[in-house]
Write a protein that binds this ligand. Structure first.
Ligand SMILES: Cc1cc2nc3c(=O)[nH]c(=O)nc-3n(C[C@H](O)[C@H](O)[C@H](O)COP(=O)(O)OP(=O)(O)OC[C@H]3O[C@@H](n4cnc5c(N)ncnc54)[C@H](O)[C@@H]3O)c2cc1C
Length: 432
């Protein structure tokens, strides 16, 4: 009963294959390699490509892409069911060619890149031969992109970029960066910036340091603090129109956010499965933990929260398929994005609790997942910003009440109903 959601039998066969493949072949690799995205790691080079080959042979490589880019074009609803499985394993998105930030960067290049840019950057990226990074956040401001100060100025047939970017994930091993920079400082705030492809080996780019997140060793720092000093790139490395950087960024973040949420469903389910197994295995005061009502409440709350989240994700995926336009589902994606860290946090925290001291130890993954929930509440936009955007969209569908009292005020509604049915009320009174 637990997670049933039927799809067509042919696709179900693919999901069954993915499920067994991830469990039997990919999850063991997670335990051996640090970062499946780092192409320079010799152990990764041994273990990941053979798995990627199996995925290619099965026809499941880069499933987020439409047929024009070599993907099967499944649509978001089917992708959601597949990503739920991939979410159990950090390496699985890489094995299936749909890892972030590359998947979002590929979407941007596919939509806004020239033929030459597609050949140079998109093809090897989609093929898994190179890695990319997204360089938007700055040290002095993340949530409010109108405060970004990195500049790009046109000099002949080159753009010259100057400024600093913060938390550019995976930049330390990326071949190129997608960079947002101010090109038109005097334009309206949302038309000041433009998006660029910047080859990572361009002179003038300095990696000040790689920043690690809480719970990680400094040496594993994945988020680069980058300085751009007179970084010169060809004029045709502009993505989309000049001044349209925010619109280009939205293309990328929409897909990235929903795919991340789909995978998070799989991750929280892992925590849930382990929680249930533990509740049935551990005996205290002569009975299983599973028989304690407070433990049962934790299990019931977790299942309800996971399924609520999952249905929100699936419905949003369905709406993306209906409209094929992220701007029409921005509020749905904001709701998903705001829910995701809370579900992971709450379920992983209960898993810690039910596992006791073992649960908080480094011998179980729950502590890392609780910390990951804090990353989720920031990456791709802080929860508060998404909630604000959602509320703004929802409120746009309402109008202020006429007069002193709200439209739901019972005395006024009752008076209107009395007036409407006055004749019948009169008849009923006389009949009585
Ligand atoms: C794991 C991880 C990976 C990331 N990867 C990348 C990447 O690859 N590329 C990239 O460019 N960036 C990346 N980021 C940065 C991310 O986009 C920013 O963290 C995010 O936009 C928030 O910006 P900030 O961290 O500067 O927080 P701030 O903007 O300083 O906000 C701090 C807090 O202020 C509050 N706040 C802010 N605005 C509002 C508001 N409008 N209403 C109410 N409260 C508000 C929120 O509580 C927020 O958490 C990553 C971040 C993380 C954690």
């Amino acid at each position: 009963m637990a997670w049933g959601f039927e799809t067509d039998p042919e696709f179900q066969a693919e999901l069954d294959w993915v499920d067994a493949f991830v469990r039997d072949e990919v999850q063991p690799v997670d335990l051996l390699i640090g970062n499946a995205r780092d192409l320079r790691d010799p152990l990764r080079a041994e273990l990941i490509p053979p798995l990627q080959q199996k995925v290619r042979e099965r026809g499941l490589w880069a499933c987020h892409l439409g047929p024009e880019l070599g993907g099967p074009g499944y649509g978001q609803l089917k992708l959601a069911l597949m990503h739920e499985i991939l979410g159990r394993s950090p390496a699985a998105p890489v094995v299936f060619g749909c890892q972030s930030p590359d998947s979002g960067n590929a979407e941007v290049l596919a939509r806004f890149g020239t033929d030459d840019l597609k050949k140079r950057y998109l093809e090897p990226l989609v093929d898994g031969r190179i890695v990319s990074a997204f360089s938007m956040t700055e040290p002095q401001g993340g949530s409010d992109p109108t405060g970004f100060t990195t500049r790009a100025a046109l000099d002949g047939d080159e753009w010259v970029i100057n400024g600093e970017k913060w938390f550019s994930s995976h930049a330390r091993f990326a071949s190129f960066l997608i960079v947002l920079a101010v090109t038109d400082p005097d334009a309206a705030p949302h038309r000041r910036q433009s998006m660029f492809v910047v080859p990572a080996d361009t002179p003038g780019i300095t990696n000040v340091r790689n920043v690690a997140v809480a719970g990680q060793a400094d040496a594993d720092g994945a988020h680069a603090y980058l300085r751009y000093d007179d970084v010169r790139i060809p004029a045709d490395h502009l993505l989309g129109e000049r001044g349209q950087g925010f619109a280009v960024a939205q293309t990328r973040l929409g897909g990235g956010r929903i795919h991340h949420a789909m995978r998070t469903v799989g991750l929280v389910r892992e925590a849930f499965d382990m929680m249930c197994e533990r509740a049935l295995s551990r005996v205290t005061k002569g009975e299983q933990l599973a028989r304690k009502q407070l433990v049962q409440a934790m299990i019931a709350d977790s299942w309800i929260e996971i399924e609520q989240f999952r249905l929100l994700v699936l419905r949003t995926a369905w709406r993306i398929d209906q409209y094929n336009d992220y701007s029409r589902v921005r509020a749905d994606i904001a709701a998903v994005k705001a829910t995701m860290p809370k579900v992971l946090h709450d379920v992983a925290a209960r898993a810690v609790q039910i596992h006791g001291s073992l649960g908080i130890s480094n011998e179980m993954p729950f502590g890392a997942w609780v910390l990951e929930s804090f990353q989720m509440g920031l990456a791709d936009g802080a929860t508060e910003v998404h909630k604000t955007n959602l509320a703004r969209t929802l409120l746009a569908g309402y109008a202020p009440a006429d007069g002193l009292f709200p439209s739901g005020h019972l005395p006024a509604r009752r008076a209107a109903a009395r007036e409407r049915f006055a004749a019948r009320i009169e008849r009923a009174v006389h009949a009585g």
